[in-house]
Design a protein around this ligand. Structure first.
Ligand code: HEM
Length: 127
């Protein structure tokens, strides 16, 4: 992990991020609590997540250029996100990072950067 480079560069750039997002959503779709929340055709979500994470991890403002201000909490308001689902989302991401070969300490650093938003998007209590 190079402290002088962005998370985006540390992860390996566009190709690595695409692969991460693909592996992540394959898990999300199979997850009993998360899968049913997503549209059947996951590819638009996958593409937007790729754009968002590129931006979030310092690879350039891809998402904002195409979709405007991220307002990510607002964009999740119509989805019933419980504390449990936030943890499950992060768990899928951790597994995807492991499977795509992202090693420590980068893996924990990436997860810690995503944990804040994931908990912030919680918009309903435990079911
Ligand atoms: C906390 C648990 C989370 C759940 C259950 C969740 C669920 C979802 C669902 C169901 C969609 C599709 C919405 C639709 O098609 O209408 C979506 C879209 C998206 N999510 Fe999440 N999400 C979570 C956390 C996050 C986090 C932590 C991030 C990034 C930091 C994120 C980034 C995105 C992006 C970029 C989109 C596409 C937004 C757009 O339409 O432009 N999500 N999410």
């Amino acid at each position: 992990m190079s402290p002088n480079e962005s998370i985006y560069e540390n992860l390996g750039g566009a190709e690595a991020l695409h692969r991460l997002v693909e592996v992540f959503y394959a898990k999300v779709q199979l997850h009993p609590q998360l899968g049913p929340l997503f549209p059947e055709d996951i590819s638009p979500v996958l593409e937007k997540q790729y754009q968002f994470l590129t931006q979030f991890f310092g690879g350039g403002p891809l998402y904002s250029e195409l979709h405007g201000h991220p307002m990510m909490r607002a964009r999740h308001m119509h989805i019933p996100i419980t504390p449990e689902r936030a943890e499950e989302w992060l768990q899928c991401m951790e597994e995807a990072l492991v499977e795509t070969g992202v090693e420590e300490p980068l893996r924990s650093f990436v997860l810690s950067r995503l944990a804040g938003p994931a908990h912030h998007f919680v918009n309903m209590p435990q079911e």
